[in-house]
Design a protein around this ligand. Structure first.
Ligand code: SAM
Length: 385
């Protein structure tokens, strides 16, 4: 990634730089662990949700705000002000604010979800603090560009090149878009099948064998992770939790919901959804339809799914999740052992490593490793508070 000029930002571990072919972009100045909150900032300009009101806001910007807006790219055929509306990030889940233009986060460039080019960060609008947040969803190495997907919604999987040109006015050249037409068609087929699976899933609860449904959930989780949509894991783990809860299997339900909880932690820290999942993982009997389909022993996530969700860190060990592509495809979550009983959020690389190697240790060593990891995680949680 050829970089030229460096501009200032108030966040010490990143820099805004000129990136060849993309305008400005954001790079890591130091290694950043998965689950790190990289940036939390108030938008400098916010737009109301309603289009006519947002047009009004844009027409009445102060001189400073206009200059700030004009520092973002715009095509020659686009309106110099309204054409730059695309750079505002949507404040998802907020009825009061529609979208915001942030000094640092809005400099982050796009890469598509794909088996080859995956975002290493994700946006999150924190409704409580009214701050836009940028979370590291993968290990990021010093010097690496920080990239998100502008098309988070998995429904937008078709023709990313056309969509990005229409919505954001650029020709995406990420490794995913550079794949052959045959590879892209195969990915589309798999993602379409996944979307169909998700759509039909609720109607299968009850009429079909729950163990078969769990097997299908696992198959689909692995496929969709291979396609780069690692953010889907939490939602599917929650589906599996619900199924186990319908059958009153507390043990399995807990294990599935722990994955869901850890996904929330990875993508947006200790948010409301994280708390909800944490409570359900601790006490699945609180699920609204607990035991409604009878009592049946099902099962928690398979070893393969767990290895995918809790990999050894890429930077420390370069581990490859068993049989499913390269290590860069791994979803990194907080190891279960670390979070059990604590309201903690993310474990740093060292903790993941300590836990993942615990299987090779004696009983006493395992106990010590867990205690140490728990202590470090609690310390982290306090720091974040
Ligand atoms: C939210 S802004 C990101 C910051 C922007 N690069 C800048 O110079 O301020 C989005 C714009 O960045 C550029 N961009 C983002 N991702 C890109 C990519 N993968 N390839 C080329 N241009 C990209 C496009 O001009 C896009 O409309």
């Amino acid at each position: 990634m050829p970089v030229t000029k460096i501009a200032s930002t108030t966040f010490p571990n990143i820099a805004i730089v000129d990136v060849l072919g993309k305008g400005k972009g954001v790079i890591a100045k130091e290694d950043i662990s998965r689950g790190t909150l990289i940036v939390s900032e108030k938008p400098r300009i916010t737009l109301p949700r309603h289009p006519s009101q947002s047009t009004n806001t844009l027409s009445n910007l102060s001189r400073e705000d206009s200059l700030f807006l004009l520092s973002f790219p715009c095509g020659p055929d686009e309106h110099p002000i309204f054409g730059r509306r695309k750079h505002f990030t949507p404040c998802v889940g907020d009825d009061a604010v529609g979208s915001g233009l942030c000094p640092t986060i809005c400099r982050v460039n796009h890469t598509c979800y794909s088996p080859k080019g995956r975002p290493n960060a994700a946006y999150f609008w924190n409704v409580n603090s009214k701050h836009e947040e940028l979370w590291a969803i993968k290990e990021i190495q010093a010097g690496q560009e920080i990239e998100v997907s502008y098309m988070e919604d998995i429904e937008n999987y078709q023709n990313p090149l056309v969509l990005l040109r229409q919505k954001f006015g650029f020709q995406c050249s990420c490794p995913g878009c550079a794949r052959s037409a045959a590879e892209q068609t195969e990915s589309e087929r798999r993602i379409r099948a996944y979307n169909d699976f998700v759509r039909d899933l609720p109607s299968r609860f009850g009429p079909e064998s729950p163990l078969e449904i769990l097997r299908d959930i696992e198959t689909q989780v692995l496929i969709i992770c291979e396609e780069g949509y690692t953010g889907e894991v939490g939602a599917r783990a929650h589906d599996a939790f619900q199924l186990c809860a319908y059958y009153g299997d507390a043990d399995s339900a807990k294990k599935w919901e722990a994955i869901c909880r850890d996904c929330h932690a990875l993508y947006h820290g200790r948010s409301e959804s994280f708390e909800k999942a944490r409570r359900l993982a601790a006490k699945p009997q609180d699920f609204r339809a607990w035991g409604q389909l009878g009592r049946r022993k099902l099962r928690g996530p398979s070893k393969q799914v767990l290895e995918y969700c809790y990999p050894e860190t890429q930077m420390m060990t370069n581990a490859t999740p068993s049989g499913i592509g390269s290590s860069s495809s791994a979803v990194a979550l907080t190891p279960q052992a670390v979070v059990e009983g604590t309201p903690t959020i993310v474990a740093p690389a060292a903790i993941s490593h300590a836990i993942s190697t615990a299987g090779k240790l004696s009983k006493g060593q395992k106990k010590n490793a867990k205690a140490k990891a728990k202590k470090e995680a609690a310390k982290l949680a306090t720091q974040r508070d």
